[in-house]
Design a protein. Structure first.
Length: 243
């Protein structure tokens, strides 16, 4: 079977790189596995549309603004999350208990939002801040985290305003956006991978086994690359914070 893959872990450019590499691997086997051709053709077409959207958005001046605002809100989230986590070890009466409540809310919605896509991240931050402010304001005040939560909420608002500018600019061009073409690409890749995995069950062959092995190697390498990039960025932030 092909290794299960959460496509949301990939930033846009990394997703395209992975899709292109996966299509290349599959393309090498299409002569021996002709039934794969329709799935491959669909994945290649969706990758092409995604690439065009990426290129258009790279020229959009609002994209950089949105990216900068996203980094700010992620930093604000990490600051708030780490503060709450640290507060769980406080000895002051009531603080540890209150911090555990806030921490549970964060974990419920997503402890690691940096791995989410932009839309998912927006929804997760909104859910976290909304639940805390409406249900656990007292606990938040007890640990002294109100100011940090407000900073996160302000950063979220700034990001949403920047995202609206991107959407407005894209809509004026009447061309498919990255947000629109990304799910189509991931759906095409999932369909292709699912068919290959089913072939291994229904009609096993040396070609299918070799193809699956190659794709699994590609998935492992791609995920390792994404995680390594995340680690480097985290280390840079830690080094900057200690300077």
């Amino acid at each position: 079977m092909i290794t299960s893959l959460n496509f949301s872990l990939f930033p846009a450019k990394e997703l395209f790189t992975f899709a292109r590499a996966a299509n290349t691997v599959v393309d090498r086997t299409k002569t021996n596995l002709p039934a794969l051709v329709p799935f491959l053709s669909n994945a290649e077409a969706k990758a092409g549309a995604f690439q065009q959207a990426l290129e258009r958005e790279s020229k959009n001046p609002y994209i950089k603004v949105q990216s900068d605002k996203d980094k700010i809100r992620v930093d604000a989230f990490m600051t708030f999350r780490n503060y709450c986590e640290s507060a769980t070890t406080r000895r002051k009466p009531g603080v540890s208990e209150a911090a555990l409540v806030i921490e549970a809310v964060i974990r419920k919605h997503n402890w690691s939002i940096k791995r989410s896509g932009l839309k998912a991240r927006t929804a997760e931050i909104t859910n976290i801040t909304s639940e805390i402010t409406t249900k656990y304001a007292a606990e938040l005040a007890t640990i002294g985290g109100t100011e940090l939560l407000h900073e996160l909420m302000d950063a979220q608002t700034d990001f949403e305003l920047a995202a609206q500018q991107v959407v407005k600019s894209d809509s004026e061009s009447n061309e498919p956006t990255v947000a629109e073409t990304r799910p189509e690409l991931t759906a095409a890749l999932k369909a292709m991978f699912q068919y290959i995995s089913l072939q291994e069950i229904a009609a096993p062959s040396a070609e299918v086994t070799a193809l699956i092995a190659s794709l699994n190697e590609l998935i492992t390498a791609a995920l390792s690359s994404v995680k390594a990039t995340d680690t480097r960025e985290e280390n840079k932030k830690k080094e900057t914070a200690t300077e």
